[in-house]
Design a protein around this ligand. Structure first.
Ligand SMILES: CC(=O)N[C@H]1[C@@H](OP(=O)(O)OP(=O)(O)OC[C@H]2O[C@@H](n3ccc(=O)[nH]c3=O)[C@H](O)[C@@H]2O)O[C@H](CO)[C@@H](O)[C@@H]1O[C@H](C)C(=O)N[C@@H](C)C(=O)N[C@H](CCC(=O)O)C(=O)O
Ligand SMILES: Nc1ncnc2c1ncn2[C@@H]1O[C@H](COP(=O)(O)OP(=O)(O)OP(=O)(O)O)[C@@H](O)[C@H]1O
Length: 525
């Protein structure tokens, strides 16, 4: 496969532009088009346009997409679908004389349905499952994928880590791709024989209509925690946007984790039928929930957790999360119930989740303990809450010291830096502070803010180190650690690049760890 924007079906459907106009009640202006004019795809970004596309030009937060119509037409766009403001821009620039201009009240809102129509509704050929929530989407989607595959589905997995069809994957540009790209990828997936979809749906995606035109068979909700309020305004707005996934026409049925107040509210307000899952052992929510985790042994086998899931009929099922920590019991329970709701036999789902493969950068065990090496884990925790959970999850499987390598992003929330420093000082034994994605900020200043937090808990800074290169920090941590220790590297997870001063450098924590192991083995050989 190629880049995400080029993930198109080899044999795209072809439709008359005239049918697009009549199906969506558009007003045709600009250059007249011949009765046999056809379209074969849809794009929302001029740089993604391929010949035969309709370019959907929307008003953005910064510019109007119509300003890029000329680039789109040069690339072969057969028409521009836009709003009145966009049509006026095309008129003023004279471009309306070269290309048909199709006008709708809210082109962003219909971009998904138009793309689904253009690709002959590929989602209808898939058992489509979507997962939303602040945390746990990626993990749940991968557990779910394991269950769907165990039931003999060929799957597409779309999310933060990658866009995967069967065994082929490309890096993902974001958690949920734009609607035209989504529909093209689904069409490609169907063309390649996919029968099921496990997909992460972000709140941005729901607010911006990226999953419009796709009706999910089942949707899941993990939790809602403070995040992205710059975009959604407040928690109420964030919840409203998340809830859009649980709407008639968007999904047929849902599964909701009810451990927090937002999940319980979603169950109460959902217009589609939902099943509830309580995953906090011993909490009162478990009494009323359809499914409940009623017992859990965290980390007994040193790898994951074994837990008991009570079903709606009262039957008890023993299940296993292959990733450490209570949060992954929650993710595993949700994935099992989602898979079951999507038609997978319950025992098949439970067995498949128990042995689900590693998820890139999510509590990923890169080096196993032994041969003089510590256990070394890469995790994506990049918020204070997630750092606490990650360190708490690793402590029980660490006979020696906990060695933490971490930093904090530049051009992002500055307030969390000292807080994460304090958490590290409280919960880790050895700390190596380094860089994450400094972006336009001075890396030393970010490290210094983190070290202020560390110093507030551990003024003597014993076993606290600073490394200006992340790769060096990882090598230092391996050198400092003995076999009984655990090295945990947090913040970047699966990310394939490091952004420094506007430049994206190829960089991956896992690759650095494996290279360090190989070079140490060679030195000792
Ligand atoms: C804040 C946000 O969500 N912004 C989205 C919004 O951007 P915008 O309104 O600023 O767009 P703009 O730059 O003003 O451009 C307007 C239009 O002109 C088009 N354009 C622009 C330039 C050009 O050369 N050619 C062109 O055609 C753009 O494609 C766009 O359609 O509309 C664009 C498409 O219309 C999105 O691509 C863009 O998402 C950006 C890329 C983004 O990264 N968003 C993040 C915050 C995001 O969506 N994150 C979530 C999840 C995060 C999480 O859970 O952690 C995700 O799903 O990844
Ligand atoms: N159910 C959960 N509740 C709270 N925290 C969780 C949960 N699952 C995972 N986490 C924490 O959140 C981090 C990210 O997990 P994951 O990638 O599965 O979530 P996500 O929703 O996909 O987030 P993102 O969109 O940022 O990738 C993990 O490193 C873990 O520390």
């Amino acid at each position: 496969m190629t880049t995400p924007a080029r993930m198109r079906p080899l044999h795209p459907a072809a439709h008359l532009v005239a049918d697009l106009v009549s199906t969506f009640g558009l007003v045709a202006r600009g250059a007249p088009f011949p009765a046999d004019a056809v379209l074969t795809g849809v794009s929302l970004a001029s740089g993604d346009v391929v010949a035969g596309d309709v370019f959907v030009a929307v008003a953005g937060f910064t510019v109007h997409g119509a300003a890029y119509s000329s680039q789109a037409v040069d690339a072969g766009a057969v028409a521009v679908l836009t709003d009145e403001a966009g049509a006026a821009l095309l008129e003023d620039s004279g471009l309306a004389r070269r290309v048909p201009v199709l006008v709708a009240d809210d082109p962003r809102a219909i971009a998904g349905p138009v793309a689904a129509w253009a690709h002959d509704a590929p989602g209808e050929h898939l058992v489509a499952v979507g997962v939303t929530g602040t945390n746990g989407k990626t993990t749940t989607a991968y557990f779910l994928d394991a269950a769907l595959r165990a039931a003999h589905a060929t799957t597409a997995v779309l999310g933060t880590v990658e866009l995967r069809i069967g065994e082929d994957a490309v890096e993902s540009p974001r958690t949920t791709v734009e609607a035209p790209a989504l529909q093209a990828i689904l069409a490609l997936a169907v063309e390649r024989g996919a029968t099921a979809l496990a997909m992460e749906v972000s709140s941005h995606a729901l607010a911006l209509g990226r999953v419009g035109g796709l009706t999910f068979d089942v949707v899941g909700f993990t939790n809602l925690q403070r995040d992205h309020l710059d975009f959604h305004g407040d928690m109420e707005g964030y919840f409203r946007d998340k809830s859009r996934l649980f709407a008639t026409g968007q999904a047929r049925r849902g599964v909701v984790v009810v451990d927090d107040e937002w999940g319980r509210r979603l169950v109460a307000e959902s217009p589609i039928p939902v099943e509830s899952v309580a995953t906090h052992v011993g909490e009162p929510e478990g009494d009323d929930a359809d499914w409940a985790v009623v017992a859990a042994d965290i980390g007994l086998d040193g790898v994951g957790s074994t837990f008991t899931l009570r079903g709606p009929d009262g039957a008890l099922h023993t299940a296993h999360s292959p990733l450490p920590g209570m949060v992954n019991v929650s993710n595993a329970a949700l994935a099992i119930v989602l898979a079951h709701a999507a038609g997978v036999d319950l025992d098949v789902a439970i067995d498949a989740v128990a042995v689900a493969h590693e998820i890139p950068g999510r509590m990923e065990r890169v080096i196993e303990r032994g041969d003089g090496f510590p256990l070394a884990i890469v995790d994506y925790a990049h918020t204070p809450d997630a750092l606490v959970l990650a360190l708490d999850a690793v402590r029980p499987i660490t006979p020696g010291r906990l060695v933490l390598v971490f930093g904090s992003d530049g051009d992002r929330d500055q307030g969390k830096r000292p807080i994460m420093g304090e958490i590290a000082a409280r919960l880790a034994d050895v700390i190596v502070v380094t860089d994450e994605n400094p972006r336009s900020e001075e890396p030393a200043a970010i490290r210094s803010a983190i070290l202020d937090g560390v110093r507030s808990v551990r003024p003597d800074l014993v076993d606290v180190h600073e490394a200006t290169s992340r790769a060096q920090a990882i090598r230092d941590a391996l050198d400092l650690a003995s076999e009984q220790d655990t090295v945990i590297i947090t913040g970047k997870g699966h990310e394939p690049t490091q952004e420094i001063a506007g430049v994206f450098h190829r960089y991956n924590d896992r690759d650095v760890l494996t290279a360090a192991r190989t070079s140490r083995r060679e030195q000792h050989a």
